[in-house]
Design a protein around this ligand. Structure first.
Ligand SMILES: NC(=O)c1ccc[n+]([C@@H]2O[C@H](COP(=O)([O-])OP(=O)(O)OC[C@H]3O[C@@H](n4cnc5c(N)ncnc54)[C@H](OP(=O)(O)O)[C@@H]3O)[C@@H](O)[C@H]2O)c1
Length: 180
């Protein structure tokens, strides 16, 4: 079986992953000691991570070492190239993901942001979506799912309701013949 591309992401109930200026402080409202929302278990099944360049810049702004040092980390950007710490820039996310899917390996984690998600959905390259819905209304910002992504029926897999009020929704995306 080909490697799966999994979008694992959190959004507000009204569908935003960040404020318009990139602020993601609303995610802190879901932080609970000892609760990782299944993140460590999820990470154990993947060996490759894909970020959009703006998501990468956001992580850099935290002033911490880049996470996922034990995995292959790609940052997609048309304006940057080369490497940064263990991250490698790549100019074409569609070409990158198609290539990765043909190679042996574990599953591929798409962390976002929304621009990268939209591009991969337009090319039928996301196999699974896990959305953690934060009990929060952001009122505006960067929408998780952009306008004009292709219409598609999803296969519901499971939902997990956490004591914090976060609800995690898992769906599979049936693949058509042109995509992977
Ligand atoms: N809530 C969550 O779980 C979550 C998860 C992830 C991110 N976020 C937040 O989302 C925000 C960023 O999201 P975003 O949608 O604005 O940006 P993004 O998707 O992270 O990054 C957009 C950038 O990626 C590059 N890119 C996009 N499409 C490309 C393509 N087809 N080929 C090559 N490069 C491509 C471009 O970089 P260049 O301009 O360099 O060409 C573009 O400017 C941040 O605030 C981040 O913290 C939240």
């Amino acid at each position: 079986m080909l490697r799966q591309v999994v979008l694992y992401i959190a959004c507000s109930l009204d569908g935003y992953i960040a404020k318009a200026d990139g602020n993601i402080d609303f995610l802190n409202t879901a932080e609970l000691p000892g609760e990782d929302y299944g993140y460590a278990a999820f990470l154990s099944g993947i060996d490759t991570v894909i970020w959009g360049r703006k998501t990468f810049e956001k992580v850099l702004s935290f002033g911490i070492a880049l996470p996922h040092a034990d995995k292959k980390l790609y940052v997609v950007s048309r304006t940057r190239s080369g490497t940064h710490e263990h991250a490698e820039f790549h100019a074409d996310v569609v070409e990158l993901v198609k290539k990765l899917k043909q190679e042996p390996g574990a599953d591929i984690y798409c962390d976002g942001g929304a621009e990268v998600v939209a591009e991969l959905l337009r090319h039928g390259l996301i196999n699974r979506i896990a959305v953690s819905v934060i009990p929060y209304m952001l009122g505006g910002g960067i929408r998780l799912f952009a306008e004009n992504i292709p219409e598609k029926r999803l296969q519901f897999k499971k939902s997990i309701a956490f004591p914090s009020g976060v609800v995690q929704l898992w769906y599979d995306l049936p693949q058509d013949n042109q995509s992977g």
